[in-house]
Structure formats: structure tokens, C-alpha cells
Design a protein around this ligand. Structure first.
Ligand SMILES: [Zn+2]
Ligand SMILES: [Zn+2]
Length: 143
């Protein structure tokens, strides 16, 4: 059974999946508060129901896009989620404005969809994915 397409599941199912497949307790993948600092262009913070707090910069999130295309591209180039693409060597480096979300929309109760200022909008960032890529010291030390 392959995971083709997007399966919309209820929060309850998503929690159960998370609990069985990834051994994350339900409260670890349920957001209590989500702050998207869209105007400031800095990043996103989530307070989880288990009391944990995660935060990411938008650049990190863009480079961790979970869509099939980005995922495959990272696999092929051996990059981890959030790791930026190597910049091509040029004499005059081009200025790239920092990427930020143009739009952030909730998808059901289980994910957020980011539409980035570079036009990409294929990635659905599920709560479970976000919790798994928490960038705090304790979580990165465990991985
Ligand atoms: Zn993507
Ligand atoms: Zn963490």
C-alpha cells in the first residue's frame, strides 16, 4: 500500500496514526497554540498540548517542504529537511529576498498549507511532521 495522494484524516485518526507509527503521544502532535509571524517574516512557533514548544524560521520550513517533489529532491541530494540547497558559485552572487509565506491555510485539523513567496505551495505541513522536525535543543539532540 503506497501513500499516493493526500489522505484527509480526522484529527483523531491522525493522532492514532502518530501514536502507533511514530510512537508520539497524542498531546505531542496536537497544537495548543500556533503563531505564524507572517508580517514580521521571521517564522512560526507552536505550543503543543504536552507543554512542548517548537519554533522554526521560514527559511528552514521552506527547505523542509514535505511535498513529494521537494522530498525526493532532498533524498537525491542527501539533504536533511531544513537544509538549504548549496548555492551555485558565481562571481556576483544574486540577492535573493528571504522566502516567507504569502498565505498560510489550515488543512482540516491536521496540517497547515504554506504558499511561499517563491510561488511554491505543494507542501502540507502536518502537525506530526512539524513535531518530528522540532528544532529545539532537546529534540535535535535526540535525533
Ligand atoms: Zn515542496
Ligand atoms: Zn523540541
Amino acid at each position: 500500500m503506497s501513500h499516493e495522494g493526500i489522505r484527509i484524516v480526522s484529527a483523531e485518526e491522525a493522532r492514532q496514526d502518530a501514536a502507533t507509527d511514530k510512537k508520539l503521544p497524542p498531546d505531542a502532535v496536537a497544537p495548543a497554540k500556533v503563531r505564524v509571524h507572517k508580517t514580521e517574516g521571521t517564522g512560526m512557533e507552536i505550543d503543543w498540548k504536552d507543554g512542548h514548544r517548537s519554533s522554526w524560521t521560514f527559511a528552514w520550513l521552506r527547505n523542509a517542504c514535505p511535498c513529494a517533489t521537494c522530498h525526493e529532491e532532498r533524498e537525491n541530494s542527501g539533504r536533511r529537511p531544513g537544509e538549504p540547497k548549496p548555492k551555485p558559485q558565481t562571481l556576483l552572487p544574486m540577492y535573493e529576498p528571504p522566502v516567507r509565506p504569502a498565505e498560510v491555510t489550515p488543512v482540516g485539523k491536521y496540517a497547515l498549507k504554506f504558499k511561499w513567496t517563491d510561488g511554491h505551495e505543494a507542501g502540507l505541513y502536518s502537525w506530526e511532521y512539524l513535531r518530528r522536525v522540532c528544532q529545539c535543543e532537546a529534540c535535535t539532540a535526540k535525533r
